[in-house]
Design a protein around this ligand. Structure first.
Ligand SMILES: [Zn+2]
Length: 309
């Protein structure tokens, strides 16, 4: 696998980015991985890295390319990211268009790339016009399915630890499913008329479908799409007319459009507050409650309940 990487990985990845043409020199870098004798995995986001760590356990070392607060839709891989990918045995990405500027890089990785989006039946995926909505981790039941699938994929890569890997995946999936039940009960306490989640970009459709909350993103499912003045006005009218209590900002996107909706609805005489920042496409800082996927889902549910109930 490593030989394949040397042969095709970084050269192809850099070519895909046009970086070679920019005269980017590749210094013989020290390995970004610390451990030896384990499978070295680069995950794109902290969300993907958390899942790989949970399932791979001590048999893997995982590095995330994107930390807290980073927007994967617009993230452009740096030269150092390509070096990390080159040094890894496996690359784990969400796919489904989430890492929009990295698709060519994954394609150049051949069989080393595991795309988590492949875990799910395309019929279960939501679409906005002709774009697939990639934010499946906000539904713990879909994330449990993804975990079981990743367990099988990783077990193939680590045949000597296959049983351990699969049982960790199953344990994680069961915990995710019970988290869904717990959050459904909590959010079910919000009166139905107030179950409206308005956020900066449209990342919470799967969350809303699982927990029976109507979701509107001010921007579309991709942060590259800009919200028009008309969209902001229309949403502000809805917020004011339906007396929606809060509009939410996110940790990984600009809060400008959410604030515009808030001030436009206030101009219509409705006092609306800004909810706590939701974790849409990135985990929280290390050491905080939202530093893991499960902690992040809990933190989001808490913020939603607190602002809407
Ligand atoms: Zn997003």
């Amino acid at each position: 696998m490593a030989n394949f990487a040397r042969a095709y990985g970084i050269g192809a990845a850099l070519l895909a980015l046009g970086a070679v043409g920019l005269g980017l020199a590749l210094a013989p870098a020290e390995s970004p991985f610390r451990e030896s004798g384990v499978t070295r995995i680069v995950a794109t986001t902290g969300i993907a890295a958390d899942l790989v760590r949970e399932i791979g356990g001590d048999q893997v070392e995982v590095i995330a390319l994107m930390g807290p607060g980073i927007d994967p839709h617009s993230y452009k891989p740096r030269a150092r990211d390509l070096i990390k990918m080159d040094q890894a045995d496996l690359i784990v990405a969400h796919g489904l268009g989430l890492e929009g500027r990295m698709a060519d890089v994954f394609a150049a990785q051949g069989g080393r790339a595991i795309i988590l989006g492949d875990a799910l039946d395309p019929a279960t995926l939501k679409r906005e016009e002709d774009e697939i909505d990639p934010h499946v981790w906000h539904d713990p039941v879909l994330w449990a399915q993804t975990a079981r699938w990743l367990g099988k994929a990783l077990a193939q890569q680590l045949p000597e630890h296959a049983d351990e890997v699969k049982s960790r995946a199953e344990r994680f999936a069961l915990q995710a499913e019970s988290l869904a039940t717990e959050i459904r009960a909590e959010l079910g306490k919000i009166p139905p008329a107030r179950r409206r989640l308005i956020t900066s970009h449209d990342a919470f459709q799967y969350f809303g479908a699982r927990f029976e909350i109507q979701v509107d993103g001010i921007q579309g499912i991709n942060t590259a799409a800009e919200a028009s003045a008309r969209q902001i006005r229309t949403l502000a009218e809805q917020v004011a007319d339906e007396k929606i209590p809060a509009v939410f900002i996110e940790t990984s996107t600009s809060d400008a459009t959410a604030r515009a909706v808030v001030s436009a609805s206030q101009a219509r005489g409705h006092r609306v507050k800004i909810g706590r920042a939701l974790f849409a496409d990135a985990l929280g800082e290390p050491g905080t409650d939202a530093a893991t996927w499960a902690g992040m889902i809990r933190a989001n549910a808490r913020s939603v309940k607190e602002a809407l109930q």
